[in-house]
Design a binder for this molecule. Structure first.
Ligand code: 0GY
Length: 324
């Protein structure tokens, strides 16, 4: 589905001009309850530092060029690379890290296309399965992929068996890639040992998705803190207040203490990102400008902001620039 003005709808299943969204390929008509990304985000008050990286975002399709995977659990509104670059420039980011979205399965074509057209300003995290060949991994690396995502969120994927994931984890070590883990907080006790044994850098999405109605000092979030404290190779994205919050935007007040805790405890192992185009929102499309304004509330000094937004992602994704 592509809305005529190039902006997708804030309302369910409709474009900003009121026309009903219809995919060029009827097989890719977006889900009727799909909430598209915000058509007109506000300009953030927070001025991002030079070199800031949006370290968690996606591209969707367009489905008529990059078909959505048959095994997908949702069909989104198309959200292609041009819109992502426009948002990057509008918000003031210098670079993006594009994470392969589950609606594209292990076909990384849309991701690779975006990386190759980014003039080096985007890196990627791919999804691969056991059958991936070494040459394919090399080609992904050349395109700008620097990691793979292991997803345990049941509403999104049927997770691969752990022995397959361990095999993939070992195979990517030669490329110096990292692993991105996506799971929900209630899964952590069961996954703790598996995550602890993974080689290389492991980046956990969205702080391990804590229930933010529980205390920061409570056992659930402290298990995640312990995971990071015990394993210096484990990083966290302090992302997705719009997903985790129960009080809602624009301030996402209830998420601030969780993210701030991690930024202050592990300043060299945290990443920030918009999560544009915000798959599977349940009520409203978040204002990406408000998401940028969330950053100085969780990284409260210029030094913390530079580490979160520039130093950490540059070290992880553009390592060749930081090697002396
Ligand atoms: C996110 C979160 C979600 C979806 C995906 O790849 C995806 O489909 O990551 C979600 O629905 O929680 O990080 O974008």
């Amino acid at each position: 589905m592509e809305c005529p003005q190039g902006l997708s709808a804030p309302r369910r299943g409709a474009c900003p001009d009121g026309k009903v969204a219809v995919s060029a390929d009827p097989a890719f008509k977006m889900d009727p309850n799909w909430i598209s990304f915000h058509p007109a985000p506000s300009k953030p008050r927070f001025v991002l530092p030079p070199g800031a990286v949006d370290a968690h975002c996606h591209v969707f399709g367009p489905g008529d060029r990059f078909p959505y995977a048959p095994e997908r659990k949702y069909t989104p509104c198309d959200a292609g690379k041009e819109k992502l670059w426009a948002l990057r420039d509008f918000l003031g980011f210098a670079r993006n890290v594009i994470v392969q979205a589950t609606c594209h399965g292990a076909d990384n074509s849309a991701l690779v296309d975006a990386l190759l057209s980014s003039a080096g300003r985007a890196r990627g995290v791919a999804t691969v399965n056991r059958s991936v060949r070494e040459q394919e991994l090399d080609d992904l690396h050349t395109a700008g992929v620097r990691g793979v995502r292991f997803n345990f969120v049941k509403r999104l994927v049927d997770a691969l068996p752990k022995d397959t994931l361990i095999e993939i984890a070992q195979r990517i070590q030669r490329l110096n890639w990292h692993i991105v883990m996506y799971f929900e907080a209630q899964e952590l006790p069961e996954l703790y040992e598996f995550i602890s044994g993974l080689p290389g850098i492991v980046v956990v999405d969205h702080m391990g998705r804590p229930d933010v109605t529980r205390p920061v000092e409570g056992p659930e979030f402290q298990l995640f803190v312990r995971l990071m404290r015990e394993h210096p190779n484990i990083w966290s994205k302090v992302t997705c207040p719009e997903r985790l919050s129960k009080t809602g935007g624009p301030g996402y007040d209830d998420v601030v203490p969780f993210a701030r805790h991690l930024v202050e405890a592990f300043p060299d192992r945290v990443l920030s990102g918009t999560d544009w185009p915000h798959p599977n929102m349940v009520s409203v499309a978040p204002d990406d400008g408000a998401l940028v304004d969330f950053i100085p509330r969780i990284a409260t000094t210029a030094a913390l902001q530079i580490r979160l937004l520039v130093d950490n992602p540059t070290r992880l994704y553009w390592a060749e620039e930081t090697r002396s």
